[in-house]
Design a protein around this ligand. Sequence first.
Ligand code: FE2
Ligand code: FE2
Length: 321
Amino acid sequence: MTEIQDDVNEQSSLDTLRDVLINKSGDVKLANRFRALFFLKSIGEEFENKPDESSLALNYIGECFKDESELLKHEVAYVLGQTKNIKAAPILREVLINQEQQCMVRHEAAEALGALGDKESLELLEKYHNDENEMIEIRQTCELAIERIKWENSESSKTEKLQTSLYSSIDPAPPMALDDKQGEKIEKLKSILNDQDKSLFERYRAMFRLRDIGTDEACLALASGFDDPSALFKHEIAYVFGQLCNPVTVPSLIKILGNNKEAGMVRHEAAEALGSIATDEVLPILKSYLNDKDDVVRESAVVALDMYEYENSNEIEYAAI
Ligand SMILES: [Fe+2]
Ligand SMILES: [Fe+2]
């Protein structure tokens, strides 16, 4: 009886989370929808212990792709890729092929297929990678996803020694292996990072190696990547800065966020990174983007400030206990 009761409770809490995520009532704040997404993600990950609930959670997450918000949907795609649940792959493939979805959403869907290591998606990813009419951000993401899937299924992925990362994310490329001598000097990593003749995958491996080194010097080497022509590449640098939370990156993030000619994808990621760093100088800057013309930048500022307030109000509550 209790077990049945538990099942009923679990189902109703999943339904509640879905309702918040899809904004059923019409007045849910974006930041709360993000929170519901992360709860659903944690259930989507439990495919070994709770196969039924996890599948249901994935389907509920997938319902969100009908939404308008490019920001929320790109996060939805990202999250699906991080669940390690291969059942998310068909949902993501559908998003990638849907030309009506915005660029950041399709990009994140392709990247998520790479994160899942989904061999069945290789053909589709090759198709978009080779399609000259396709947006460059999509083509480059597919290139990385193909390389990541191949790497994950290769011998070297089993033998390479990688630093245990401080970060739990499954990244578009693994960090450069520890036994690779090129990774010993920051200068060398920086030159690989910015070498246009090397493959994007190799350059990303240098990027994640620099992240895992994580010193001020490594951060400044990463910031040199903001001069790259690729929006995709630059948005990944900003993403990594959001993980590192090192104040030394703040000036470069403020600069790129303030550049109106920069792609929304890059400016959004810079705003989010600044939101994670959240030093005193950063908050007024984020506030000044609350009316930005670019939806993804404006919404990133809204969510970042909301999360900041939420975390700090919780801290006060904890302190009071
Ligand atoms: Fe991305
Ligand atoms: Fe993003």
